[in-house]
Ligand binder design. Structure first.
Ligand SMILES: NC(=O)c1ccc[n+]([C@@H]2O[C@H](COP(=O)([O-])OP(=O)(O)OC[C@H]3O[C@@H](n4cnc5c(N)ncnc54)[C@H](OP(=O)(O)O)[C@@H]3O)[C@@H](O)[C@H]2O)c1
Length: 264
């Protein structure tokens, strides 16, 4: 059973893992759900608004500084005590062949936005938790791609490496404060995001987004980094290899996948 928070902000809640987080939290937790697609956000809010529960949609583009400030303002007003930085994007393919705007978007959505949300919202969350004698929560959704350089999805994997490293440092800095901090590293998850990034084909060991959300909420407060699923933990193998060998091996695998994706 996930811990009982009062009010949660989940970014990227309009689909995939973010929507699964919204569904996995208990009915006693009110929700501020964000994403760009208002229609999908409204539908999820409608589904989860039961028994007087407050479930509020806020359509915002995390690449837009004004939208980020609007989201932060609303989250402060609602006095959230759980922040889930889940929104993420990425492009598959060689960096210099990809859409340059998409590469920049990857850094803004996966790195800039979570940092800005954390530095703006965490002080208030910690103060309120201290005053109320409870604990706030932070989950930053990274990836198993964070632990090594991954050619042909380089900007995405580097953005997730940033988020993992930053969250681990933050967890140490906040160790004695009333907040639990988790970097969550899912492996392949069946959400359609890989296809949207340009990757074709099913990953046989991919897990459902519900499992990722459930494990994330269970891990919060128990550890500062959690890798979802046994098969995903095997994806950490390159972590233990010399960096050049790991990057070279992944270049071969991802280069093949990139050529296959272009042919189909
Ligand atoms: N699926 C996997 O295999 C996998 C593996 C490891 C880690 N992850 C990570 O898990 C997280 C969720 O991914 P997912 O698989 O659930 O992907 P998804 O279904 O594509 O969901 C991504 C979410 O991010 C939001 N988003 C994207 N760009 C945005 C922007 N500019 N402003 C605001 N929101 C934006 C999307 O909202 P709109 O569509 O409404 O804009 C959507 O709700 C991501 O951080 C991803 O990197 C996924």
């Amino acid at each position: 059973m996930p811990r009982d928070f009062r009010f949660a902000l989940i970014t990227g809640a309009s689909s995939g893992i973010g929507a699964a987080f919204a569904r996995a939290l208990p009915e006693s937790t009110d929700l501020l759900l964000s994403g760009r697609n208002s229609e999908r956000l409204d539908a999820i809010c409608e589904e989860l608004r039961v028994g007087g529960r407050v479930v509020e949609p806020l359509a915002a583009d995390l690449q837009d500084p004004a939208d980020r400030r609007r989201l932060i303002g609303r989250a402060e007003t609602l006095e959230i005590d759980l922040l889930v930085n889940n929104a993420g994007v990425g492009q598959f393919g060689a960096v210099l062949d990809n859409d340059p705007a998409g590469e920049v978007a990857t850094v803004e959505v996966n790195c800039t936005a979570p940092v800005e949300l954390c530095v703006s919202l965490l002080p208030g969350m910690i103060d309120r938790a201290r005053y109320q004698g409870g604990k706030a929560g932070l989950i930053n959704v990274s990836s198993t791609f964070a632990v090594q350089p991954v050619p042909y999805i380089a900007t995405y994997s580097a953005s997730k490496a940033f988020l993992l490293s930053w969250t681990e440092s933050l967890a140490e800095e906040l160790r004695h404060k009333p907040i639990e901090v988790l970097a969550l590293c899912p492996g392949a998850t069946r959400t359609g995001s890989a296809e949207r990034a340009g990757l074709r084909g099913e990953v046989p060991w991919a897990v459902e987004p519900e499992k990722v959300a459930r494990e994330g909420l269970r891990a919060l407060g128990r550890c500062s980094v959690h890798v979802v699923g046994g098969a995903s933990r095997a994806a950490l193998a390159p972590y233990f290899l010399p960096r050049r060998i790991a990057a070279g091996g992944l270049r071969a695998i991802m280069g093949f996948a990139s050529k296959t994706a272009k042919r189909s």
